[in-house]
Design a protein around this ligand. Structure first.
Ligand SMILES: [Mn+2]
Length: 381
């Protein structure tokens, strides 16, 4: 059987107030193209279908369209919830969808759903692990160790009766790490990842599975072995430097007899690229290319440029962010690094910043103004 692995669609997402609806619509079409070209039998979607627990109408419509097309193409679809999805809403209609070979697991109820499929090589089990918190597991198994996510997920898997002679695939939306270190983040995963702390799960827990379709981390990568893999989000959802330079792709998994699994990556080309440009304002404007792209511009001018964002926007209508990289910003960054901001008082922080910008401390009159402003916006009382 041939599977397409997707995750972290985050339908309805905006980046820096730009709705990516059109880009998402486009990329789903591209993915349908890969599915058709590869004659895949099934699609695995490892969580974070939507960006929010209450998705927009547009986002729901887009996913409805995607599912309907997959169903019309005769594909099986396996879906789990991610931490961004509402488990109950994702479960809506799931029993009716079974008749169309669409299998959704939105909520953990003490055991994992197992779907058995068949091909020329025999039976193949697809296990669905919706997004689970350790506390959910504790609720069903109060006597088991659920003190960490690792222990909790181990418990969940121990409760599955896995036939190791047969082929098994599992969909998981968690923070899974191999012995070779923690996975690299793309910067758009939000505050859900407490790196290195309680929610890290060892890849060893999945030793009995022939393929582990992971979701949660938006950078495509494998964890421990080729067949434990984050598909990554289909689009770049952050302006993080590494994410901007990364390439999005879709893993296509071919499973033959037990022990024979092949993974191929198909690069995904977005409708609009996310690009970082850097230079003097004048140069960026005069030498503009691919102006429809999402742009993160960094100005190297030493002097403040009046109305720079508006001037850039005239050329790059989809500019998302602008900042400066010059002597001043670098000095601020350096002093930030040894600031120890948490231990400093408001006054100390402002003084240091003021000193850096103006080469002197603020006088009494200026202090009055700064304090009045800070009170107004609620920084100090
Ligand atoms: Mn996600």
């Amino acid at each position: 059987m041939k599977f397409i692995h997707l995750s972290d669609l985050h339908l309805g997402k905006s980046v820096n107030e730009f709705s990516l609806m059109k880009d998402q619509e486009y990329i789903l079409q591209e993915i349908l193209g890969v599915i058709e070209k590869e004659s895949a039998d099934a699609v695995l979607i490892a969580g974070d279908i939507y960006d929010r627990a209450v998705p927009s109408e547009e986002a729901v419509r887009l996913f409805d369209e995607f599912l309907t097309t997959l169903s019309e193409m005769g594909k099986k679809v396996f879906i789990i919830s991610g931490n961004h999805d509402s488990d109950e809403r994702l479960n809506y209609g799931s029993r009716l969808f079974l008749a169309k070979d669409i299998f959704i697991s939105g909520k953990y109820k003490g055991e994992l759903t197992r779907v058995d499929t068949r091909d020329a090589y025999g039976v193949l089990h697809v296990w669905l692990m919706p997004y689970i918190k350790a506390s959910h597991v504790a609720h069903y198994y109060p006597k088991e160790d659920t003190s960490t996510y690792d222990a909790a997920i181990r418990t969940v898997i121990e409760k599955c009766e896995i036939n190791r002679e047969e082929r098994n695939i599992i969909l998981v939306h968690q923070f899974v790490a191999g012995s070779n270190g923690t996975p690299e983040l793309s910067g758009s995963e939000n505050a859900v990842l407490n790196i290195g702390t309680i929610d890290k799960i060892s890849a060893d827990s999945f030793a009995d599975f022939d393929y582990v379709a992971l979701g949660h981390i938006h950078s495509a990568q494998c964890v421990g072995r080729e067949t434990i893999r984050y598909a990554g989000s289909p689009l770049k959802y952050s302006l993080n430097q590494r994410e901007i330079l990364s390439e999005k792709s879709v893993p296509v998994i071919t499973m033959e007899e037990k022990g024979k699994v092949e993974v191929k990556l198909f690069p995904l080309k977005p409708m609009r690229e996310v690009r970082r440009i850097k230079g003097e304002l004048k140069n960026l404007i005069e030498n503009a290319v691919d102006t429809d792209d999402y742009i993160y511009a960094t100005l190297t001018n030493e002097a403040f440029q009046f109305d720079a964002m508006a001037r850039l926007r005239e050329v790059y209508p989809n500019i998302m962010k602008m900042d400066y990289d010059n002597t001043t910003t670098r000095a601020i960054q350096e002093s930030d690094a040894d600031f120890g901001t948490e231990e400093k008082s408001f006054r100390e922080l402002v003084e240091a910043f003021y000193q850096l910008l103006n080469g002197r401390l603020p006088n009494e009159k200026e202090w009055e103004l700064i304090e009045a402003e800070a009170k107004e916006v609620g920084i100090i009382e």
